[in-house]
Design a protein around this ligand. Structure first.
Ligand SMILES: CC(=O)N[C@H]1[C@@H](OP(=O)(O)OP(=O)(O)OC[C@H]2O[C@@H](n3ccc(=O)[nH]c3=O)[C@H](O)[C@@H]2O)O[C@H](CO)[C@@H](O)[C@@H]1O
Length: 379
């Protein structure tokens, strides 16, 4: 069995795709996960998988000015030194990176030791780290072909692959009724799932808090608010609701994999989602055919992810600054979009079907196969 390294970090969006590939590699390879010291990946990998976790120091290079680069250089050099030692110990036959700064020292060390590498880009628009890594890597795999020209590549290029986004296999098999039962939700209830990516989204949390009294008479809400402290004030807001409405509001800071109340179960239980448009939404919403109102995070390239789904009739989009509108928030763009989807079953079913058509259930397997091929090429 080949020894392989999977690596990605910083946010959940760089970790879960790697775990889906690890699942597809089961029994075919010995896999080790490499993340940064104290990063979000350490908690997710150690708590939600059985993969051995190894850490590296990784500098986030913010800005391109000479001062920022100079400040990051010593940490990068230390990271490369640690990565060289790690490669000597682990002797991997190939490496897959799913993004985040931790991949930079690892890929540089891999280049020096001639270990073949593959970088995976889940988003439509690449960030700085992926652009750099794509130049170092032997293979660049992307979720959607629209991303290739932004990396100076094209479909059919010998170093490029379009694979789709690897999601946990259970997303394609989770039973809706069982998922609802896990949250104590009756089969006939309409369910709205609200989440803001792996870290939560404060502006979405605030908007939903404002709309709770007008939305809860229409549906049960599963609200995953993130671990950044919003849970406390949202609990206090919910405590002011009438008891009947309070009972329909299910609030969680985070839904970890492996438990009955997981993100997978929440996605399977829902009729409509309100969420950011991180790369995972390009695949997780289609996997379960979940109609969504997307609210892109304004400071990264989430608009392009949202547009990909909106242009294909699989979602609606509301701008972050426009969620509540200028007048009565219960008549604002977000409330209107949610009400439309909750009340119009035909529109919901059409959107669900268009979303499902975008699913790529073989993505994890394709990446796993490509990584095994890459490992063989170095043998
Ligand atoms: C603010 C920011 O920079 N966001 C970026 C980050 O988002 P982020 O880390 O939020 O990434 P995604 O939205 O792509 O993925 C989040 C993942 O976390 C899972 N999940 C989330 C909440 C929870 O309680 N439990 C759980 O399991 C989701 O099911 C999903 O699999 O990385 C993505 C992938 O490069 C980018 O597209 C986003 O633009």
């Amino acid at each position: 069995m080949p020894r392989l390294i999977l690596s990605g970090g910083g946010t959940g969006g760089h970790v879960y795709p790697a775990l889906a590939v690890a699942e597809a590699l089961a029994e075919r390879a010995h896999v080790v996960y490499v993340g940064s010291v104290g990063g979000m990946e350490e908690r997710i990998v150690t708590q939600e998988s059985t993969l051995p976790f190894r850490s590296l120091p990784a500098a986030a290079v913010r800005g391109r000015g000479p001062v920022q680069v100079a400040r990051s250089l010593p940490i990068l050099m230390r990271g490369i030194g640690a990565a060289l030692a790690l490669l000597r110990r682990e002797q991997p036959a190939a490496i897959l990176g799913t993004g985040g700064y931790v991949c930079v020292p690892l890929f540089v060390a891999a280049k020096l030791r001639r270990v073949p590498t593959m970088i995976y880009l889940p988003d439509v628009v690449p960030g700085l780290a992926v652009k750099v890594l794509s130049r170092i890597a032997d293979v660049t795999a992307v979720n959607v072909s629209d991303a290739l020209p932004r990396l100076g590549l094209y479909e059919g290029h010998p170093r490029a692959m379009v694979t789709g986004y690897p999601v946990r296999a259970e997303l394609f098999s989770t039973d809706r009724e069982a998922a609802r039962a896990a949250f104590g939700i009756a089969p006939d209830q309409l369910v709205l799932l609200v989440y803001g990516g792996s870290r939560g989204a404060r502006s979405v949390n605030r908007a939903i808090a404002t709309l709770l009294p007008s939305l809860l008479p229409l549906c049960t809400i599963i609200h995953v608010c993130g671990r950044e402290g919003d849970h406390v004030w949202l609990e206090a807001t919910a405590a002011q609701l009438e008891p009947e409405l309070r009972g329909r509001y299910l609030l969680f800071p985070y839904l970890a994999g492996g438990s009955a109340q997981s993100m997978t179960a929440a996605l399977a239980a829902a009729d409509v989602a309100v969420c950011r448009s991180g790369a995972s939404t390009l695949a997780e919403l289609p996997a379960v055919g979940l109609p969504a109102v997307l609210v892109p995070y304004p400071y990264v390239h989430q608009d392009e992810n949202a547009d990909y789904l909106v242009q294909r009739g699989a979602a609606m989009k509301v701008a972050d600054h426009a969620m509540l509108g200028d007048g009565d928030p219960t008549d604002g763009p977000l409330a209107q979009a949610i009400r439309t989807l909750l009340s119009d079953v035909v529109m919901r079913e059409q959107m669900a079907a268009r979303s499902r058509a975008l699913a790529r259930p073989d993505a994890a397997q394709r990446l796993a196969d490509a990584l095994i091929d890459l490992a063989r090429s170095s043998a």
